[in-house]
Design a protein around this ligand. Structure first.
Ligand SMILES: Cc1cc2nc3c(=O)[nH]c(=O)nc-3n(C[C@H](O)[C@H](O)[C@H](O)COP(=O)(O)OP(=O)(O)OC[C@H]3O[C@@H](n4cnc5c(N)ncnc54)[C@H](O)[C@@H]3O)c2cc1C
Ligand code: FES
Length: 344
């Protein structure tokens, strides 16, 4: 019987960051604390109550830092006409409980010691703030943040960023870009801001047009594509909270053997060639991370150390991720008889 992957958190506090963005400070049940370990830049998947068939789930990046003993915190910005974000902002109060999936995602810094260039717009600041704090507190590089917003009142975490700039004046510089003053950031303007940081690793998150402009600007500024990491804020169509169904095994189907390392433990499993790796691991009772199960979010990403796999669908991993050996467990089919995979 597969282990339940749904976790419950209590909302300890709701912080009104701006007129349309609320932070939720979350407290996991102490028995589940181990399952909430996360890396800077990762996200939680939150169940949003609905009468609609198929449920509703939305992903929210953790803006807290795993390294500073901060409580878990997500920030939800209202999307005009959106169902999930408005439900969360209208209904969640201190003392509410929410159902979530364990933290996951690949938008995490590969090293904390090099220089980083962070580009965020609007709510895209959430994973970027977590990365920024990790590099400042645990790493040694410099951090440049280009942060675009509609106007001064819509700048989320303005005070926290000002306090960090005062504390790390030699290592952190924050460049605010206000659409109300400067207009939309153009590719040329972004390229000029990025040019002095062409040797840095870049992390980019925000609305699609902003991300496209930043990617074009970084190319113009000479930052190689493999050093540019993107997080796209999509809405899930699927219901990742649905119970995982046990599937009867068909003895006539060929199986591969896979050794999997997850949360510091290594286990070995038979992997039928007609099944996705994630399903095999969940059925074996492993607490393997996932969210969309449709190849769209990267929550299930893991690394192939030995063997070959093919991906049925991939809308999120970039060529550079694939070259590093990352695959999506929810879409992976074995293509060699023996494989080794790690999540750690
Ligand atoms: C990795 C990741 C991290 C993210 N991090 C953040 C973050 O830190 N902060 C943030 O603000 N956003 C974040 N997002 C975006 C977030 O997940 C949502 O996409 C966003 O909040 C918009 O959701 P929405 O439901 O309000 O709006 P929409 O995306 O516009 O949702 C509308 C959808 O809801 C459906 N719908 C309408 N009525 C109902 C109903 N009654 N029941 C069920 N469904 C209905 C519609 O069919 C439509 O598909 C992140 C996304 C990803 C993938
Ligand atoms: S769970 Fe979303 S890509 Fe696999």
């Amino acid at each position: 019987m597969a282990q339940s992957h749904t976790l419950t958190v209590r909302v300890a506090e709701v912080v009104r960051e701006t007129a349309d963005a609320h932070s939720l400070v979350l407290e996991p049940d102490p028995v589940d604390a181990e399952r909430f370990h996360y890396k800077p830049g990762q996200f939680l998947t939150v169940r949003v109550p609905t009468d609609r068939a198929g449920g509703a789930a939305r992903c929210y990046s953790l803006c807290s830092s795993p390294d500073l003993g901060e409580p878990l915190k997500i920030t939800v910005k209202r999307t005009a006409g959106g169902y999930g974000s408005n439900w969360l902002c209208d209904n969640v109060v201190a003392g509410s409980t929410l159902q979530v999936l364990r933290p996951s995602g690949t938008f995490t810094p590969r090293s904390l010691d090099g220089d980083v260039l962070l580009c965020a717009a609007g709510s895209g600041i959430t994973p970027v703030l977590s990365i920024l704090k990790a590099v400042l507190h645990r790493g040694s590089g410099t951090v440049t943040l280009v942060y675009a917003n509609r106007d001064e009142n819509s700048v989320i975490f303005r005070d926290e960023l000002a306090a960090l700039t005062a504390r790390f004046p030699k290592r952190l510089s924050v460049i605010h870009w206000l659409e109300s003053v400067q207009g939309l950031p153009s590719v040329d303007a972004l390229a000029r801001l990025a040019a002095p940081h062409a040797d840095a690793a870049a992390y980019v998150c925000g609305p699609e047009p902003f991300m496209d402009a930043v990617v074009a600007a970084l190319t113009e500024a000479g930052v190689p594509r493999e050093r540019v990491h993107l997080e796209r804020f999509l809405t899930l169509d699927s219901d990742p909270f649905a119970e995982v169904e046990d599937v009867a095994e068909d003895p006539s189907v060929e199986t591969a053997v896979v050794e999997v390392t997850l949360d510091g433990e290594t286990t070995t499993h038979a992997w039928p060639v007609d099944r996705h790796l994630l399903d095999v691991l969940l059925q074996a009772g492993l607490d393997a991370p996932f969210s969309c199960r449709e190849g769209q979010c990267s929550a299930c990403a893991c690394k192939v150390l030995e063997g070959e796999i093919s991906l049925d669908r991939n809308e999120v991993l970039e060529k550079e991720d694939l070259d590093e050996g990352y695959v999506l467990a929810c879409q992976s089919i074995p293509r060699s008889p023996k494989l080794r995979i790690t999540y750690d």
